[in-house]
Ligand binder design. Sequence first.
Ligand code: ATP
Ligand code: MG
Length: 403
Amino acid sequence: MLPHAAIPENPVLIIHFHEIALKGGNQAYFENILKRNILMRLRDKPGARVRHVRNRLVVRGLRREDAAEVLARLQKVFGIVNISVGAEVDADMETMKATAQALVRDLRFESFAVRPKRAEKRYPFTSQDIGREVGAAIGRASHARVDLTHPDLEVFVEVVQGRAYIFAGKLPGPGGLPVSSSGRGVVLFSVGFDAPVAAWRMMKRGLSLHLVHFHGQPQTDDASVRKARALAKVLADWHGRIKLTLVAFAQAQEIISVACPERFRTILYRRMMMRVANKLAWKHRARALVTGESLGQVASQTLPNLAAIEDAAAFPVLRPLIAFDKQEIIAEAQRIGTHDISILPHDEACVLFQPRRVETAAKIEDVRAAEEELDIPWMLDQLMADAVTEVIVPDWWVEPDAA
Ligand code: ATP
Ligand code: MG
């Protein structure tokens, strides 16, 4: 909720974005994707519409009782810098004054500031005029004093294309770029703290995601799969509908552990995961792979080992957490809502065939040689044949044609 919860009748939402506003000729491309990502969260709100109004998006046609819920949803839309709820009226001074007075009538504040903005120069008044006159009107109605530096309440008046948007307070959005404006990536989605945070970070840079989780069933129980689904559901709130491919990996691990030197096992497992991710990327038109790797966090994440794993990747491997400490990752998991799921126990797909000694400085030639015993195309076919793809939707999801 807004710190100053003033939701008028016929509320409008004013959405500001800035990074995408800098994109010059591509601006329309980014704005349209942002708009689509907003509309996807309004399908269960008949009448709600979104329009571009000069570097802003304005949501109209919302019912007053839906405004708080929609605000909460929009706080998870990447690309949004801030959102406000307020009123839209004709940019006529008397109307603006009366609207501002009505908007703040039920709020408690001892000091306030009017923040005027005028997009075009053609009005009979300047920004200073708006600030002065609307400020005086609020002062008369509330007996609060003007304080431009540390006000209890800020009242924004933005005049654009003959209309005035008047709102009190701004809610922060997550910033970043709209999901899918940067294309798609396949996330190697393990269920500890790291991979879900990595997925979130790449979403914030505009990637849409396809998740792939490798599990140990039937040798392990289904805990990791349940965690993967629950984590995907948390991400779906930010992403919209999201696909999760579940790959049974125990047999591949068993084959690798029998056929290859023990110290390369972990690297060879990861290389096989990369190859499955390559296949999924081709199939789902993704152009990157995403992992939760962090430099030096565990033995498989030394530079030589990262190189040996990446050698099997057919796409750029994005590792947004490469420079994060574990504590930083855990704090971020808390902020985005994945922490409490990630912390639940599960059996790693790998525990069954865990090596006793782990190579920390694998040479790519040695790793490739170690793989020569494997029939990799056959193994990949098996893994893909048994893979199951599920669609995970957020609670607010309504299919496009059902709206
Ligand atoms: P996380 O906290 O994400 O589980 P981790 O600290 O356990 O990661 P590793 O087990 O070394 O780190 O895995 C490194 C990365 O490899 C993971 O972040 C993930 O991207 C990928 N990965 C590992 N295991 C799996 C798996 N079972 N399914 C999908 N991806 C995996
Ligand atoms: Mg892991």
